[in-house]
Design a binder for this molecule. Structure first.
Ligand SMILES: Nc1nc2c(ncn2[C@@H]2O[C@H](COP(=O)(O)O[C@H]3[C@@H](O)[C@H](n4cnc5c(=O)[nH]c(N)nc54)O[C@@H]3COP(=O)(O)O)[C@@H](O)[C@H]2O)c(=O)[nH]1
Length: 710
């Protein structure tokens, strides 16, 4: 096929096509979002061609810029950026390359606009640059976005770099990917880089507890994150600190685990403080020994141990015998030192696996574990007795204290911690009773005695409330006249069932529990009322003696109570006598004498009861403002069989009378005893020979009988 030769018509259509193409390009260029230009390579960037986009970009019409009619492009470029633009273009010209430069221009409305200019130099036939052509685009929005991204990045970097908490990313296989300076510092490294390169196996190098990293990973898998994951970790220098980690898992879009990221806080100070507080709560502040709070824990542990190894454990309740006396008389400083010494001695008597607990005051508990043979416990306790009783020097003075120890054995004497403690306490009580400085093992009989005692205490409280107590009176007879010279009021407990309980069965319980104080007051009032009544009925004073127990005697307000009672009952003081046993002075003789004088000033009579059996030193006797010595019945009752007693009786009578006291013998049961005592000059007698203690009404009848005969 032959091609048609060009005709005039076809030449016209080619022109038209060329023209159309130019128009299309012009349209395209003018509609571009930006400015297409061609300028001279001169100092004004003199524009020789500017597309219509000029107006939108710069606010100027193209004609304003062409040949710098109104403004040159150099002037439109933001002043501070002009050098930058020139440098970029100069470099491109030098190297014959395209250029791209971002800078600011000032819009005709004075706004600053970011633009990106891309262009290239145009060379003439001699290879000299005579123009630049290119495209300038508004990039203000992109720049703003970049800026805010940059700002945000800067802020986050600043947080990362300056955070106090450590921040990390770690790979699932235990390598650090990124750490901040704070984490490096927490772990003792000079920089994050050093940490990442040295600490390259978290599992082995970081955690003190083996398997802790595994626990971290497990916790992560379970919850996708960990919170307050506290661990002891090694620092670079191998010292340890406590940290708390909060971290989460980070996955890619496909759900694959990328890394863990989280924070680390050094909580060593808090942990130490918590530890200190916990230690304080569980230990005695003076001795540092575990305290009562810890006892149950340790006791339960020992029991568990005994169960596991099928053997026994022992609970020993240790009470220091003379501690209170030393503490009260020498002051708390000496008391504290004594306790410190004792706690060390106790600790030195036991094995590492055993525990000494200070319950408070002078009470300690020793827990002995892994006992194969109870004899071993006794050997340990003998060691304790010996260690405690060794003299200790405090402020250059020697102090000696002993201990009373009660022992209970698991499981023989109880399987519950409380039962074991209670039973050891019961046994300790028995050790005290047995004269102190000894140990006692708990027995069932001991428990029964204790139960009886507790029951008795309960019943006694009820008896006081229900008015079941009453007084019997035992006459005292004057040897010289044969007349009743007074009486001793002796308490009885009449139960609703009609049983008459003698005082030996309950006075000691009242004394131990403190009930004696209210009982004593009641006895005093009853006895004073009776003495007042008898004086009125008989027309002469019939003094009544009441027994004052050691605990009552130590009441600071005893003298005042007596004064009040005398006032209340309107009784003359010389119609009341107090009988005080010798054992009352055992603790503090000076205080004893001081109280006697306070009582004496009231005008009442005072008698030393059970004289000869107690501890009163004869040297003291002369200082006692005493009216009567009452010879203990032990010297009287055996008179017939033990003639040695005659010498003692004679001596007491001579001694008492020479000190201006009357001497009365109690427990006189036979004619022989009566006659003998009379023959050696005893002043008065009291005993079954004349009368047993009898109800008030019978005593009155006796008095009436004597009165009618006189
Ligand atoms: N604090 C208080 N103690 C009191 C009170 N009432 C009594 N008591 C004390 O109880 C102990 C026992 O008293 P009791 O059973 O009443 O025995 C007294 C007499 O019955 C007994 N006695 C008297 N004569 C004879 C005798 O010839 N033979 C003999 N075997 N016993 C006899 O002696 C007891 C009186 O002793 P004492 O007090 O030492 O004078 C006793 O210790 C009482 O003190 C009270 O109210 N408060």
């Amino acid at each position: 096929m032959k091609l048609p030769s060009p005709t005039t018509k076809s030449l016209i259509s080619i022109d038209a096509f060329v023209h159309d193409r130019q128009r299309m390009l012009d349209t395209l260029v003018d509609n571009l979002e930006g400015l297409v230009y061609c300028n001279l390579y001169d100092q004004h960037w003199t524009m020789i061609y500017v597309s219509d986009g000029c107006k939108d970009l710069t606010g100027y019409f193209p004609d304003d810029l062409i040949f710098n009619n109104l403004v040159s492009y150099e002037e439109i470029i933001f002043k501070d950026d002009r050098a930058l633009v020139r440098y970029a273009i100069d470099e491109a010209v030098k190297q014959g390359k395209r250029f791209e430069v971002e800078y600011r221009i000032r819009h005709a409305n004075t706004d600053i606009i970011w633009v990106c200019e891309r262009g290239n130099p145009i060379y003439n036939a001699k290879g000299k640059v005579h123009a630049i052509e290119g495209f300038i685009q508004n990039i203000t929005q992109r720049k703003a976005a970049e800026q805010s991204l940059h700002d945000a990045e800067f802020r986050y970097r600043s947080i990362f770099e300056n955070a106090i908490e450590g921040i990390f990313q770690t790979s699932p296989n235990g390598h650090y990917l990124i750490v901040n300076p704070a984490l490096a510092k927490i772990y003792g490294y000079s920089s994050p880089e050093e940490l990442i390169s040295v600490l390259n196996n978290i599992q082995q190098q970081l955690y003190v507890t083996p398997g802790r990293r595994e626990e971290f990973v497990q916790a992560m898998l379970a919850n996708q994150s960990v919170h307050n994951f506290e661990s002891l970790v090694y620092k670079k220098d191998n010292s340890t600190i406590w940290i708390s980690e909060n971290a989460r898992m980070v996955h890619d879009k496909a759900g694959n685990l990328l890394y863990y990221e989280g924070t680390v806080e050094d909580i060593t100070a808090r942990k130490n403080y918590d530890h200190k507080i916990e230690h304080q709560a569980k230990h005695d502040s003076l001795t540092g020994l575990p305290n009562r709070y810890m006892l149950n824990d340790r006791l339960q542990q020992s029991i568990n141990f005994a169960d596991r190894y099928k053997n026994k454990m022992a609970v020993a309740f240790v009470d220091l015998d003379q501690f209170k006396l030393i503490n009260d008389s020498m002051g708390h400083e000496v008391g504290d030192q004594l306790l410190l010494i004792m706690s060390k001695r106790l600790s030195s008597c036991i094995r590492e696996v055993d525990t000494v607990v200070r319950l408070g005051g002078d009470e300690f508990v020793i827990l002995l574990t892994n006992i194969e043979n109870v004899n071993d416990v006794l050997i340990s306790m003998q060691r304790v007795l010996t260690a405690v009783a060794a003299p200790c020097v405090i402020n250059e003075l020697d102090y000696v204290v002993t201990s009373s120890i009660g022992i209970s054995i698991y499981p023989d004497d109880g399987i519950e911690p409380n039962t074991l403690l209670k039973n050891a306490d019961t046994a300790m009580y028995k050790a005290k009773k047995a004269g102190r400085n000894n140990y006692q093992i708990y027995t069932q009989e001991l428990n029964e005695a204790l139960t009886e005692r507790v029951t008795m205490e309960y019943r006694l409280r009820l008896a006081i409330e229900n008015g079941e107590l009453l007084l019997h009176y035992q006459p005292k007879v004057d040897f010289a006249t044969g007349l009743i010279s007074g009486a001793e009021a002796l308490i009885r407990w009449q139960t609703p069932e009609g049983e008459l309980i003698p005082p030996v069965k309950f006075i000691h319980i009242a004394e131990e529990t403190g009930l004696i104080e209210s009982i004593g007051e009641w006895v005093l009032i009853e006895a004073c009322k009776k003495a007042k009544e008898l004086k009125e009925k008989m027309g002469r004073p019939i003094p009544i003696a009441v027994n004052v127990s050691p605990r009552q005697f130590k009441q600071p307000n005893l003298a005042q109570t007596i004064k009040n009672t005398l006032e209340l009952t309107n009784l003359d003081p010389d119609c009341l006598e107090l009988e005080i046993t010798e054992s009352t002075l055992i603790d503090d003789a000076a205080k004893f004498i001081q109280t006697l004088h306070a009582l004496k000033t009231i005008g009442i009579k005072l008698a030393i009861d059970d004289f000869g059996t107690g501890y009163s030193s004869l040297a003291y006797l002369k200082d006692f403002p005493i009216d009567r010595l009452k010879i203990d019945k032990a010297f009287v009752s055996n008179l017939e069989n033990d003639p040695a007693n005659t010498a003692i009786l004679k001596a007491i009578i001579v001694l008492g009378q020479s000190l201006g006291m009357k001497v009365i013998a109690e427990g006189v049961e036979t004619r022989f005893q009566h006659d003998y005592l009379q023959s050696i000059g005893c002043d008065e007698l009291q005993g079954y020979y004349f009368s047993k203690p009898i109800p008030a009404i019978e005593f009155e009848a006796l008095l009436q009988n004597q009165l009618s005969k006189s």
